[in-house]
Ligand binder design. Structure first.
Ligand code: 5GP
Ligand code: MN
Length: 351
């Protein structure tokens, strides 16, 4: 289905999973729908089909609305590093297999990074970001011309099972993968390839309740999130003559609107609906740094900007990163000036 899935690698993976007795499945910090979808599906598949002892190790909290995925796929198997670091590190030290999904490498798993690098285990990467850290892994499935890590895992599982029929995969695995692909494509708006529709089609043939999955993902927001969206678009959106739109979200605003993890998801896409905007940036204040979300229209590389000026990366049109205080900016009041300066330099260097 995709170039990275060869018969040789699928055989190798099948053998590795067959031999795996104790597995650590890991995904990136502040996990999103694709991170939770792909890693939960993997954990579900391993514990159900391969009979191995599995834990899904998350660096930190996931948004509440994704909870149904881990509940369906791997109840009782999720451990959080920020909550129980010692238990997580013990699991990593004692496992024989590590599978990292939806992250380009161990650099995106916060405090688990060193332990995962040092672990005497077979290591597998399944990812769709630019610049994978292949040197840290024994087996790498990496493809950027694909919607999501969830789609990549879908094709890997079908290939490993030797079937075309998605109905042969467990229903919780299918639902998790559909949720991951749907969220990463912004419900079929971005990063859609022929295989993405093929996957969706196979899911429907297999009887997956897509309406139910969509409803679980999108129809359960809290009012605060909507009010915050209104506030940010009305009072905080700045549009520059260089084609950049940006929003800076301050800690006080997050507190005032009681914004929880994942509740700003998607807002960064909205300014791109303006014809004059080619790049949209959302900066969210955290302690000692700002988290950056970058989205661009085709022809502008959010990835290059993230890599050059925001200590980050991701995909060509959707990237993220961080701006540290005082390494990048002196204090929190400098963030607007920084964004305006670097986007000017960035677009000037393009011409
Ligand atoms: P988001 O803006 O939704 O947080 O992230 C957009 C994309 O960039 C996602 O694919 C995400 O995995 C990636 N990304 C987000 N933050 C970082 C980061 O700090 N470093 C890297 N390398 N990628 C990131
Ligand atoms: Mn992803």
């Amino acid at each position: 289905m995709t170039g990275t899935i060869t018969d040789d690698k699928t055989r190798k993976l099948g053998k590795m999973l067959e031999d795996a007795r104790r597995v650590a499945v890991v995904t990136h910090t502040r996990p999103d729908g694709d991170a939770i979808g792909s890693s939960s599906a993997m954990a579900c598949w391993l514990s159900g089909t391969c009979g191995s002892e599995v834990r899904l190790l998350l660096p930190n909290a996931m948004p509440d609305f994704l909870g149904f995925i881990t509940e369906e796929c791997c109840p009782g198997l999720v451990m959080r590093y920020d909550r129980e670091p010692d238990e997580v590190l013990r699991w990593i030290a004692s496992c024989d297999t590590v599978i990292c999904l939806d992250a380009s490498g161990f650099n995106r798993v916060e405090g688990m990074q060193e332990a995962l690098r040092a672990a005497d285990a077979r290591k597998i990467l399944i990812d769709h970001h630019l610049d994978p850290h292949s040197e840290d892994f024994d087996l790498v499935f990496s493809e950027t011309s694909i919607s999501s890590a969830s789609e990549l895992l879908f094709w890997i599982l079908l290939s490993m099972t030797g079937t075309d029929d998605a109905g042969r995969l467990p229903m919780p695995v299918l639902r998790a993968l559909l949720a991951g692909m749907t969220t990463d494509t912004n419900n079929f708006a971005n990063s859609v390839f022929p295989g993405t529709f093929e996957m969706a089609s196979k899911m429907l043939e297999a009887g997956v309740d897509r309406d139910g999955v969509l409803s679980a993902l999108y129809d359960r927001c809290r009012e605060n999130r909507l009010r915050m969206t209104g506030h940010l678009l009305k009072d905080k959106l700045r549009i520059l003559s260089n084609g950049t739109a940006y929003i800076v979200v301050r800690a006080e605003e997050l507190a005032e609107y009681d914004i929880r993890e994942g509740e700003l998801e998607g807002i960064v896409n909205i300014p791109l609906t303006l014809e004059k905007v080619r790049l949209s940036i959302l900066m969210r204040e955290d302690s000692g740094f700002f988290r950056a979300s970058l989205r661009s229209k085709r022809g502008t590389s959010a990835f290059s900007l993230a890599e050059r000026y925001f200590n980050g990366g991701g995909h060509e049109q959707a990237s993220g990163g961080r701006l540290y205080i005082p390494a990048d900016i002196e204090d929190a009041s400098q963030v607007e000036a920084y964004v305006e300066r670097v986007t000017d330099v960035f677009f000037a260097s393009e011409n």
